[in-house]
Design a protein around this ligand. Structure first.
Ligand SMILES: Cc1cc2nc3c(=O)[nH]c(=O)nc-3n(C[C@H](O)[C@H](O)[C@H](O)COP(=O)(O)OP(=O)(O)OC[C@H]3O[C@@H](n4cnc5c(N)ncnc54)[C@H](O)[C@@H]3O)c2cc1C
Length: 399
């Protein structure tokens, strides 16, 4: 029996994409968002090549390309070319990243959701779960109220460092790129005015960033005698690393940061959450409880691996002499093609393979280049064999 109606809590990128997916399957979908307008805090500013392929499969490629080109012209940054990094080692290969701010992506997804008939109610903060829907999905971020109200366990490890990301006007010269220093890391660019700092002195005492606190951290971590004259947007982040033990409790589900949090090393969180939404939408729409449970069994191990690799990146980036040696050794290892290919595929999520019971090497993998804009699966001929493709583009059966 099809799911009749779903309430999605949170109009971040994950909630908006999930709402699009549900509406595409004909499910009456409402999104509740506490903010009255879109947040302008700087967070992600790129999506992985695999996420781009998945969104392009739904017909969003031209809108993403246009927004990415417009931002590149306005913000003076490269559109494509980078393949990302591991612990600051910019030597991955594989699919290029697509530069697009999280806000730019959210605008595209919100417009698509409204086109598909999703009701988006802003200025509504969810404080209990009695929402009258068959299913409620918490896409309400790392401090998820839905997760707490529904009693999900969220084990993991607490923060050990303080990260900053900001767009600011700096008086003085800062070298561009990613730099390791005696107390951490500072990076500037590729976005005009973007500063990223990692201070390993401990977790944040305060989540508020002021011009003064940002300037002090920048001078301390970078060692450069510069002044910050204006802060346009700033956020503090940590390496808090936690994951819900299951993504479903009855009619309540979690997706995106509500289900897993970790440091932004390697730029993986947004991609992970968007791919949660693409995995969950069509399954939830069927209302088939066993199929819906495969959302946890398929996506939990994927996020678990991201949590582990981000913790490894934190350890490699620490400024103590032993970690520096480990980083240098890891840099040498990354020059080995097999190691580089493995690490690149892990960070970019291109090696994800779901269990299908079929041992053909393509079974359970994503098939790029298909047009599944209608949200339905399809069948194609691969290797001379008939392959059945799920609505999220993964191959479920071959031969
Ligand atoms: C500094 C930084 C840099 C990052 N860089 C990258 C990167 O380069 N690449 C990458 O892939 N990821 C990156 N990430 C991670 C990425 O930003 C997150 O993974 C992403 O925002 C998760 O999206 P989400 O929709 O799950 O949650 P969010 O974006 O947090 O959205 C949750 C929404 O729910 C709303 N909400 C919360 N509680 C309620 C409530 N009770 N009722 C109603 N609404 C509610 C919030 O207002 C919000 O709009 C970065 C994160 C940070 C902090």
């Amino acid at each position: 029996m099809k799911a009749s109606d779903v309430t999605v809590v949170g109009a971040g990128p994950v909630g908006l994409l999930l709402a699009c997916e549900l509406a595409l399957q004909g499910v009456r979908t409402t999104v509740l968002e506490r903010l009255t307008t879109q947040a302008d805090t700087i967070k992600a500013h790129m999506i992985s090549g695999r996420t781009y392929e998945m969104l392009a499969m739904r017909g969003l490629g031209p809108a993403i390309d246009a927004a990415s080109d417009e931002e590149a012209a306005r913000l003076a940054w490269p559109v494509r070319g980078s393949t990302g990094h591991f612990a600051g080692l910019f030597r991955l290969d594989g699919l290029p990243l697509v530069m697009l701010t999280q806000q730019g992506l959210e605008r595209i997804l919100e417009a698509r959701a409204l086109d598909l008939g999703v009701r988006i109610r802003r200025g509504v903060e969810v404080t209990d779960l009695d929402l009258g829907s068959e299913f409620v999905v918490g896409c309400d971020g790392g401090r998820s109220t839905v997760r707490k109200l529904a009693g999900f366990d969220f084990p993991g490890s607490g923060p050990t460092l303080t990260g900053y990301q900001a767009i600011a006007d700096v008086d003085g010269d800062l070298p561009r790129g990613w730099h390791r220093t005696p107390s951490g890391v500072f990076a500037s660019g590729p976005l005009r005015g973007r500063i990223m700092l990692i201070d390993f002195a401990g977790p944040p005492a305060d989540r508020e960033v002021t011009r003064e606190s940002l300037e002090a951290a920048l001078r301390r971590v970078s060692g450069h005698d510069v002044r910050i004259t204006n802060v346009h947007t700033a956020t503090v982040w940590t390496d808090n690393t936690r994951q819900a033990t299951t993504y479903r409790r009855g009619g309540v589900l979690l997706a995106g940061d509500a289900a897993h949090v970790h440091s932004p090393f390697g730029g993986q969180g947004l991609n992970l959450g968007l791919q949660d939404a693409l995995n969950l939408g069509w399954k939830l729409a069927t209302g088939d409880s066993d199929l819906i449970d495969t959302y946890t069994s398929e996506r939990h191990p994927v996020a678990e691996r991201v949590l582990r690799n981000t913790m490894a990146q934190v350890a490699l980036t620490r400024p103590d002499p032993q970690s520096r040696e480990l980083h240098a050794l890891f840099a040498d290892l990354l020059d080995l093609p097999d190691v580089r290919t493995k690490v690149s595929a892990m960070v970019q999520g291109t090696d994800i393979r779901y269990e299908t019971g079929c041992d053909h090497p393509l079974a359970g993998t994503f098939v790029p280049g298909l047009d599944l804009a209608d949200g339905k699966g399809t069948s194609v001929v691969l290797d001379g064999l008939e392959a059945v493709i799920r609505p999220d583009g993964y191959l479920s059966r071959i031969g």
